[in-house]
Every structure is written in C-alpha cells, then in structure tokens.
Design a protein around this ligand. Structure first.
Ligand SMILES: C[S@@+](CC[C@H](N)C(=O)[O-])C[C@H]1O[C@@H](n2cnc3c(N)ncnc32)[C@H](O)[C@@H]1O
Length: 254
C-alpha cells in the first residue's frame, strides 16, 4: 500500500508547523510540490526550508510537478477549475507511479490548513478512487484565518454570532445576508471597494506570518484606499501577494 500525507504547514511562519506535522514530515519519502512559476518561488523555498529545519534524516527528496495552465478560453469558472483539477490529477497519477515505491509514503505540503480553499484533498480523493493501492491521511495546519485574527488580536466571531467565509469574487455580489462577520480570501481585486458601507470595520493582512507581513485595520471608508495602494505597491515589490481580511458589522445588542 502506498500512502499520501497531506500536511498543513501553516500560512508562512515555519514556527506554526505543529509537532504532529513534524512527525509526519519525518515519515515521508518523497515530497510532491506543484511548481506555480517563478513568482511563487518564495513559497516553494519556504517548503524546502521547513523540511530542512524539521526533518532529522536526509533520505527524503522533492519532486516538482509543473502546474497545468488554466484554459482561459473556457468561460464557465466552475468548468474551467474542474478541467484544471482533472489535468492536475492526471499529472499526479503519472508522477506518483513513477516516483513512489510500492510501499512508499508521499507528502504534499499544504499551505495553511488542507480543509480551506485548497484543492489537494479533492485531488488526492480522486487519485485514491483510481488506485486501490493508494491511501491518505491529513494533518491539520494553522490557517491564514487564525494568523489574521491573532495578529489583529481579534476574535473571528462576535458573541454567539455566525461567520461567513467567502471569496472576493462572491463578495462582489454584496455583503452576505444574516451575518455580521465576513472573512474574505482569494481576492485579487480588493472587492471590498464594491461595498457601499463606509462604517464597516476591516481587518486586513498580507504575507501573514512572514517577514513581509503588513496589517491595516480601520473603518472601510477611512482605510480602503490605503489598503489598495499598499497592496499594489507590495505586489509590485515582491512579484506576488497573498492577503485576506475580515469585514465586521457591529452586532446589535439584544
Ligand atoms: C488557496 S487559499 C489557501 C488557504 C489556506 N489553505 C489556509 O488555510 O489559509 C489562498 C488564500 O489564502 C489566503 N492566505 C493564505 N496565506 C496567507 C498569508 N500568509 N497571508 C495572507 N493571506 C493568506 C489568501 O486569501 C490567499 O489568496
């Protein structure tokens, strides 16, 4: 039986790697890393640094898999993503059968936690469905949401309140109904600009847990332009950016 371990490695700070993840890292023979192009070299390097720091033997190796390009001619977003996942599954399948021994253990180092906006689990489920000799386990990691809240020293929810986690794309359809706290990820367009609610509180963080970390908080009407500018400058400087934010409406007191 071959095994794949999906290991959450935290959102940028190597000290967020848990003891459980360290034990799992030490059991892996081959780490499979999706190469997402030179702009994300920093992120691949961080994975290598984590292994060098926490693995106590030198018998492991890295295999890079070139990430397939998304076909932008497919208009439907879900279909485009589905095709892209299928291409990734095919690539993984070919690479696993070439690189992983009959009883080998492969590792996939997942940014943050594997349960949140990450396709690795879906890909691995599909790989296991195609190969009865392949199984997998999941090691949780510190998510960027946890780091955002810790850095701003805030709770994610207000007392007894619900929290809505969404993407920038969906936020553009409006502030979700029925909640006072909305956590936004995967937003390349500062979608908070589309909300006409200057009193909303925003807690924004970029490169959380890394040496480049930036934090801004305040009323949307007061800091939205600043965030846009800071974000654009940082993206230009580093060649990539990862940012996330919490939008908070004051919850009425009963
Ligand atoms: C593909 S999702 C992966 C989320 C990850 N699984 C997690 O648990 O945080 C990538 C998005 O997570 C957020 N993110 C991840 N790491 C971050 C970081 N260090 N700083 C700020 N945002 C981050 C950004 O919104 C980014 O677009």
């Amino acid at each position: 039986m071959r095994t794949l371990s999906l290991i959450g490695i935290g959102a940028g700070d190597p000290e967020h790697v848990t003891m459980q993840a360290v034990a799992a890292l030490n059991r892996v023979d081959v780490f499979f890393v999706m190469d997402k192009g030179s702009q994300k070299d920093d992120l691949v390097q961080l994975r290598r640094d984590i292994c060098a720091r926490y693995i106590t033997h030198d018998k492991y190796r890295f295999v890079e898999i070139e990430d397939p390009v998304r076909d932008l001619s497919i208009v439907s977003y879900p279909e485009r993503v589905q095709r892209w996942h299928e291409a990734r599954v095919a690539l993984y399948q070919a690479t696993l059968s070439r690189e992983l021994g009959e009883h080998g253990r492969g590792g996939i180092l997942v940014w943050g936690d594997p349960m949140l906006y990450d396709s690795s689990l879906r890909i691995v489920e599909q790989l296991c469905a195609r190969d009865p000799q392949l199984t997998y386990d999941v090691i949780p990691g510190i998510s960027s949401i946890q780091v955002l809240c810790a850095r701003h020293r805030i709770t994610l929810n207000q007392i007894g309140g619900a929290v809505h986690i969404t993407t920038g794309r969906r936020l553009q359809q409006g502030f979700p109904a029925g909640v006072h706290d909305v956590l936004v990820m995967l937003d390349g367009e500062c979608s908070f600009r589309t909300l006409d609610e200057p009193e909303l509180q925003i807690y924004w963080g970029a490169y959380l847990g890394t040496a480049h970390e930036i934090l801004i908080a305040g009323k949307l009407g007061e800091v939205a332009t600043q965030i846009e500018q800071v974000r654009a400058d940082a993206r230009e400087r580093h060649g990539w950016i990862m940012d996330t934010y919490l939008l908070r409406r004051e919850q009425p007191r009963d």
